[in-house]
Design a protein around this ligand. Structure first.
Ligand SMILES: [Zn+2]
Length: 507
């Protein structure tokens, strides 16, 4: 199994004109996304009269879709979806996935996508972008070791007629594919040693500076919380990997980077407080946070993001073994805080504590961390959206807007100070967690906030939507790659940049 996916190349063309007969001859399938009041444009399409008849016959309503085959010499399967005028990005992406499913069985080589200006004014994601994202996500390669490979479908040509930033869509979905690929890899394929090798390859390919803090270096940094988790792995290959993207041009010199932090547990047994088989089954996906941080860095690199960005990936496993950490251990984190271990399955906040403390030393403009951290966040929000926490209230609306516009929805959860009382420890500065699961996502955020350097705006994303049976929005795979669209949108948002660099916004 390859560690890095290769994407089959395809030809992408883009125009804003209503498709004519020649354009229609260049496709085998066509997806059309319209608002109800834009329906008249169907009449301008070659074969449009037949489409309009079909729509009347099927009495397709807003929110629905219908399909028809046009032409006889060169049949084109056309799927038309009707959107409500205020459709949010999540809705548009979900509809786009339904449209792609309609043509998937025929595996067309040449796919056309058509939408009009202003199809989705409320959403921030245009209909053309949503259809392209859904097509890419549905046809991306997936890791397998089957002797007879499953039939894959990837169009050779995609012709888009409609508004949208297609280059960014391709960059973001290609990056999200990397996140999904890594998250799907079996734990005996992707483990800290091979993950580190993969990161070195990607760093070379994308021009990132890479620094690997292995166990020896982590000891020098005083990262006792991180090392406590790593103790159970015989491979001794855990590491904190620091990647740095610096934009070209002199403008970025001396500017503080945004730091993306990711939890990268390649497998989580729960440690001595071991999980049951059902809860442990998909714990190779417990590195999703690191994959999202990495993939976001890759998307930002591809779109030539004009600001510096760092990624800090906490790569480890949580295993059982003679040296594995245990309840009641007291360990010292990189910032000097002592921690009483209360549950070995709360390893994510241990590796993140040191990662946040070490990243804070570089004085980033903002820290955004991603982690599949708590079951209670899933209980609170389900797998349909993810929870966000921040120590910097001006970011709350900015975070939720990025969620709405990207279609990866987030909700700001509270983290009141008085919760700290419950984390008082008889033996250390702070207890790792409570054994009672209620509100664990809030306690985890309180715990983590302690390790963020003074005055640094910080966002914690608890990835409850990292894995969902049946996929989510435009993504058909259970490992959703949730967070890449959200984070790319967030970092590109003028409101975000204005909030974390107030002095530049004022200028
Ligand atoms: Zn765990």
């Amino acid at each position: 199994m390859k560690l890095i996916p290769t994407a089959a190349p395809f030809v992408l063309t883009h125009s804003r004109k209503v498709p004519d007969a020649a354009w229609m001859r260049s496709v085998d399938a066509l997806l059309v996304m319209l608002r109800e009041d834009q329906l008249a444009v169907l009449g301008n399409l070659p074969g449009g009269a037949a489409l309009a008849r079909e729509r009347d016959r099927l009495q397709c309503k807003v929110g629905g879709q219908f399909a028809a085959t046009l032409g006889t010499l060169h049949p084109v399967r056309v799927v038309v979806a009707l959107l409500p005028p205020d459709a949010a990005a999540f809705r548009v992406l979900t509809q786009a996935a339904r449209m792609v499913r309609e043509i998937a069985a025929a595996r067309p080589a040449r796919v056309g996508l058509f939408a009009l200006d202003g199809t989705t004014m409320a959403s921030g994601t245009s209909a053309s972008e949503a259809m392209l994202a859904a097509l890419l996500a549905a046809t991306e390669s997936r890791p397998h070791a089957k002797q007879s490979p499953p039939a894959e479908w990837r169009p050779s040509h995609v012709h888009v007629a409609g508004p949208g930033d297609l280059a960014t869509t391709v960059a973001v979905e290609t990056a999200a594919h990397l996140a999904r690929w890594l998250t799907q890899l079996p734990p005996n394929v992707l483990y800290p040693t091979t993950y580190r090798r993969t990161l070195a390859t990607l760093a070379r390919r994308h021009g990132w500076r890479i620094t690997v803090h292995d166990e020896r270096a982590l000891r020098r940094l005083g990262a006792g919380a991180f090392l406590a988790v790593a103790r159970g792995s015989a491979g001794r290959d855990a590491a904190l990997v620091h990647l740095q993207y610096r934009p070209k041009g002199p403008g970025a010199k001396g500017r503080a980077p945004v730091a993306l932090v990711g939890k990268g547990l390649c497998f989580d047994t729960g440690g001595h407080d071991i999980k049951t088989a059902r809860s442990m089954l998909n714990m190779h996906g417990d590195m999703a946070g690191s994959a999202v941080a990495l993939a976001t860095l890759r998307a930002l690199t591809a779109i030539e993001y004009p600001h510096p960005v760092d990624a800090w990936l906490a790569i480890a496993e949580n295993r059982i073994g003679p040296d594995a950490y245990t309840q009641q251990d007291v360990v010292t984190a990189a910032d000097g805080t002592t921690i009483q271990v209360t549950h070995t399955d709360a390893e994510g906040r241990m590796v993140l504590a040191d990662t946040l403390a070490i990243a804070s030393r570089t004085k980033p403009a903002c820290i955004v961390d991603f982690a599949t951290l708590t079951g209670s966040c899933v209980t609170a929000l389900t797998e349909r959206m993810s929870g966000v926490f921040t120590n910097f209230s001006p970011l709350r609306d900015v975070l939720e807007a990025a969620g709405r516009e990207s279609g990866e929805r987030v909700w700001t959860l509270p983290m009141p100070e008085d919760f700290d009382e419950d984390l008082d420890s008889p033996t250390a500065d702070i207890a790792q967690c409570l054994l009672d699961g209620k509100g664990d996502h809030i306690y985890a955020s309180r715990f983590l906030s302690r390790f963020v350097g003074a005055g640094i705006p910080w966002v914690h994303v608890d990835l409850s939507a990292a894995e969902r049976t049946g996929g989510l929005a435009h993504v058909p795979t259970p490992m959703t790659g949730f967070g890449v669209r959200f984070a790319t949108r967030l970092l590109a948002s003028p409101a975000f940049l204005g909030a974390i660099h107030p002095e530049r916004a004022r200028r």
